[in-house]
Design a protein around this ligand. Sequence first.
Ligand SMILES: Nc1ncnc2c1ncn2[C@@H]1O[C@H](COP(=O)(O)OP(=O)(O)OP(=O)(O)O)[C@@H](O)[C@H]1O
Ligand SMILES: [Mg+2]
Length: 294
Amino acid sequence: MNAGWRPRDVQAELEGADVRPERREKYKTKKPLGRRRLGTLTGDVTDATIRRLTELGHITEVVAELKSGKEATAYVARGPSGSVLLKLYREFEARSFKNDAIYREGQTVTDERAARAMTARSKKGLEMLQASWVNAEYAHLWTLWAAGLSVPEPLVGPRPIDYGETSPAVLMRLIGTEDEPAPRLSDARLDGEQARSAWDQSLDGMAGLLRLGYAHGDYSTYNLLWWENTVTIIDFPQLTTRANPNFSELLRRDAQSLVTSFRRHGVQADPETVLREVQRRAQGPAPEPRLRLP
Ligand SMILES: Nc1ncnc2c1ncn2[C@@H]1O[C@H](COP(=O)(O)OP(=O)(O)OP(=O)(O)O)[C@@H](O)[C@H]1O
Ligand SMILES: [Mg+2]
C-alpha cells in the first residue's frame, strides 16, 4: 500500500440523507476556461498524438482545450460521429503521477519484465504505466457503457488492438455541447429538486458500479458531470475490483468523498448509511445492457 494514503475518518455525526438546499454552503463559482487556439498550447507529444488521431480518422479537428488536470488535459474535438472529448494523458514523471499502488494491488501482471520496469519507474516503465492507464480507462468505459451505466460512450474499440493505437489519448463522447460542455457537479448550481435527483442518481451510479464488482476509487462531484438533469460518471483509470485487498476501504472512501462533496448542494448524509444504501441498491435490478461485448 502506498505510504501517502490513509483511510479517512468516517464522519459518524451526520445522520441520514437529508436534502436541505437552503443550507447550501457558499462557494466560489469557477469561471469556465476560455477557448484558446490549439496552436498556442500544444507540445510535441500533443501535436504528434493529434496528428496521428487525425490520420487514423478518429478526429477531424480539435476545437479547444477544456481543462488541464493533474494527469491529463481534456480537449473538445470533432470526429466523424460528432463531438469528442479527448483526454490526453501527460508524460509520466517518476514522482508527479498519482500514487497508483493502492489501485494496482491485487492486479495480475503477467509480464515479469514489465512489472519490474513499472515498479522501478524507469523511462520504459513509466511509458508502460501510462499505456496501462489509458488501456484501463478504455476497457472500463467499454464495460460500463455496454452494461448500461451512465458513462460517456467510448469512441474507439472495443478491441484493445484498436484503442491501443490512440495512446496516450482516450476518446469518448463529449457530454454537453462544444460551446457548453457539461459542468462537473462540483461546479453546477442546483435547485432543491435537482440536488435531490443528482444525489439519487449518484447513489445509483455507485450501486451500478458495485453490482459489476467495482469501486470507482475517486467518486465525488469532481468526477460526476451534470447535463440535462442527468448525472454522468467519468474518470476511470483507477477503478478497482474485489481482487484488490483495499476494495472495502476504497468503497468506504468513495462514500465519504461523495457525502463531503455533496454538502455544498445542501445534502447532509452519513457515509456509513450511504454505503449500506448503495449495497442495498446494488442487489436490485441492473440497467438494460446497451451492448454485448465479446
Ligand atoms: N465525456 C466528457 N464530456 C465532457 N467533459 C468531460 C468528459 N470527460 C471529462 N470531461 C472534463 O474533463 C475534465 C478532466 O477529466 P477527468 O476527470 O477524466 O481527468 P483528470 O485527469 O482526472 O482530471 P482532474 O485531475 O481534473 O480530475 C473533467 O473534470 C471534465 O470537466
Ligand atoms: Mg477527474
